[in-house]
Design a protein around this ligand. Structure first.
Ligand SMILES: Nc1ncnc2c1ncn2[C@@H]1O[C@H](COP(=O)(O)OP(=O)(O)OP(=O)(O)O)[C@@H](O)[C@H]1O
Length: 230
């Protein structure tokens, strides 16, 4: 049974600095959906994904992750998030491998901190983004596009059921974009769910089954690509 959707938002509103940035969004993302959130700068795309993940509170409406409000959701290993901006800038200078390995944390426990399976998943993720040879380098010394690939690898390493990616290819070279599209394509073929924020789809186009156009904090229209839903 897999009919509890990864994300379900009803009448979602978000206020930031006294301004309503999300203005009544209804959105259901079912298991296996590959949804692109499109729209101009400031449309509310990042705000919507943060609200879906519970990183921003709703001022009105409700939202659920696998049937639970974000504050009560515990099964974070099911969800992988690639944020738009880098949290690794001014922090402790972690290596690329350490940042990617942090994607396994939700799968680990105090009693089983790290296993061969964890290390293999980190290796695969580094390979998938073409950074295996940079594993020992300090992440904050990489270029912006490489750092973005580190964040993608961190999400891949967690082997989640759902990938939420906020402009994952911003600043990433064309070859790496194509590689990410191929990686996501094989994950999609395994039934994983994808929520992708993008300005344009580029190489991701074949992957996406549904596009949702946002502007001024509202959903303007949705389109389903039937032929791609297989
Ligand atoms: N922390 C904040 N405080 C106040 N306003 C904010 C904050 N974060 C975002 N906003 C505003 O909310 C609106 C929506 O921003 P959001 O980042 O969700 O848009 P977006 O569609 O993701 O845009 P982009 O494509 O530029 O990333 C914008 O007008 C933005 O200025």
């Amino acid at each position: 049974m897999n009919d509890v959707p990864p994300f379900a938002m009803t009448g979602g509103r978000v206020r930031l600095d006294g301004r309503e940035v999300l203005r009544g969004v209804d959105l259901r993302v079912g298991a296996g959906d590959r949804v692109a959130l499109l729209g101009p700068n400031g449309a509310g795309k990042s705000t919507l994904v943060k609200a879906l993940l519970g990183l921003l509170p709703l001022s009105e409406g409700r939202t659920e992750i696998y049937g639970a409000p974000p504050s009560r959701f515990r099964d974070w290993k099911r969800v992988g998030y690639v944020p738009q901006r880098l949290p690794m800038g001014g922090g402790v200078p972690a290596t690329v491998r350490e940042v990617v390995a942090s994607g396994r944390v939700a799968r680990q426990s105090r009693w089983r901190p790290s296993s061969a399976a964890d290390r293999a998943a980190v290796d695969r993720a580094l390979e998938a983004v073409g950074l295996a040879d940079r594993a020992r380098d300090s992440a904050h010394l990489l270029s912006g596009g490489q750092q973005q690939r580190v964040l993608i690898a961190r999400a891949l390493a967690g082997e989640p059921e759902v990938f939420v990616m906020d402009e994952p290819t911003a600043g990433v070279d064309a070859a790496s974009q194509a590689a990410l599209a191929a990686t996501l394509g094989s994950l999609a073929a395994q039934g994983r769910t994808v929520v992708l924020v993008a300005h344009g789809l580029g190489p991701m186009e074949d992957l996406i089954t549904r596009t949702i156009h946002l502007d001024h904090g509202r959903i303007l229209r949705e389109e389903t690509a039937m032929r791609k839903s297989a």
